[in-house]
Design a protein around this ligand. Structure first.
Ligand code: MN
Length: 406
């Protein structure tokens, strides 16, 4: 009875979290009890627990487990729960269309996260003054792990990485024995010793003590470390194609895999069977062709033409996967869209793109990638971009699209 009163009280003040059933009892829409935090002290109450990148976390697995014990409504489904984390500079972009591109890149991630039920966090501040540029993600990822004990995975996605397949889901079952998933190739680490053997711009990291320890070791090659200056030359002596002299997070991770293979290789999954991230040059110019290949599948099977609520989009993605896409790698020439297209080297915010390509090529192709992805989103809202270069206005879709000749 008293519990009912408490719930009724809360439901008056935050009607968005609960609604009343016909018998007057509140119903939690999500199944997650977001208004309950027991008064017994937990790890958050320990003044010695620090969010700082400079202080290691210990016994995180036990702490997370205790949190689940005291917040049981978060247990169901926790093994696949993902929080997406991304971010960008704290000041306006120098490139005149930089802020526009970053906004659209963020919208793209919000769309993907909403369709698949992931929470998303955006950081536009340095959490440690020395951990800037590509190092800035490590303090953010660590803080997100602490802020989200309910999530099994933190998914870092660079601001310049665009989801170009809104249906695809990372096959988490493949990573049961692993704690970090990055796009990469073992032979390029161990035989070719290249700093591009993996890409640190997109990764899934398990929310566990192993990952806390990894971040602690990883950051010790970064600007926060007293040894920072020595790490650049060490990295360059092994990975000879590394472009710039300072130690960077990507080469640092490759270094750990190279130098301490027995320690890291068994727990780091180097994914190369789909584009967990794909270099944009590799799919450049193919968005219109791959659109046509998807329309063909839709003309062939009316299930894919059926209108539906966005909330059940995953059912149609799974159907397409099963019927048409099994065994397709993705990217240029493939039936499958590239999952994530990474505009590495374009530097949309500063505009200081790699001199080997033309800036306008970067921005135009980013716009096309964004509209290509947006077409997959807007479909369930009833609209489509008539031309991938044209952001607005959208064109309304006829019933049973694309069955009629379009
Ligand atoms: Mn990037």
């Amino acid at each position: 009875m008293s519990l009912t009163l408490v719930w009724s009280y809360f439901s008056i003040f935050s009607p968005s979290f609960t609604s009343l059933r016909h018998d007057g009892k509140p119903v939690q829409c999500s199944g997650l009890d977001m208004q309950f935090d027991p008064s017994e002290p937990g790890f958050y109450d320990d003044p010695d627990l620090s969010y700082s990148i400079e202080k290691p976390i210990t016994k995180w697995d036990e702490k997370r487990n205790q949190w689940f014990e005291s917040h049981p409504s978060f247990k169901p489904g926790s093994e696949n729960r993902i929080v997406m984390v991304t971010g960008s500079q704290s000041s306006p972009c120098k490139n005149p269309i930089g802020d526009h591109l970053l906004l659209r890149c963020f919208k793209n991630k919000v769309d993907y996260a909403r369709i698949h039920g992931h929470d998303i966090f955006y950081s536009n501040s340095l959490l440690h003054p020395k951990m800037n540029s590509y190092w800035a993600k490590l303090p953010v990822v660590k803080a997100a792990m602490l802020a989200h004990p309910e999530a099994e995975w933190i998914w870092w996605v660079d601001s310049d990485a665009i989801f170009t397949d809104m249906e695809f889901k990372p096959p988490l079952h493949r990573y049961r024995q692993h704690n970090l998933v990055v796009h990469g190739w073992p032979n390029i680490i161990y035989e070719k010793q290249s700093w591009t053997a993996l890409n640190a711009g997109v990764f899934l990291i398990r929310n566990c003590q192993w990952s806390m320890d990894l971040i602690d070791t990883w950051k010790s090659m970064g600007p926060v470390s007293p040894d920072y200056k020595k790490w650049g030359p060490i990295q360059r002596s092994i990975f000879k194609d590394k472009l710039f002299p300072e130690s960077d997070d990507q080469t640092a991770l490759i270094y750990l895999l190279y130098k301490h293979k027995e320690l890291y290789y068994p727990k780091i999954y180097l994914e190369a069977e789909y584009y967990l991230q794909g270099y944009w040059i590799g799919v450049f110019g193919d968005f219109a062709n791959v659109t046509e290949r998807y329309l063909e599948m839709e003309r062939e099977d009316d299930t894919l033409r059926r209108r539906h609520a966005e909330k059940v989009s995953e059912r149609y993605g799974a159907f397409r996967e099963e019927r048409f896409l099994k065994g397709e790698f993705g990217g240029r020439g493939s039936r499958r869209r590239a999952f994530i297209t990474h505009f590495t080297g374009c530097q949309p915010c500063s505009g200081d793109h790699n001199p080997s390509y033309d800036g306008d090529t970067c921005w135009n192709e980013m716009i096309r990638a964004l509209n290509f992805a947006d077409n997959q989103v807007m479909r369930v809202y009833g609209y489509v971009h008539s031309d991938l270069s044209k952001t607005s206005p959208l064109q309304p879709l006829p019933f049973d699209y694309p069955n009629e000749a379009w």
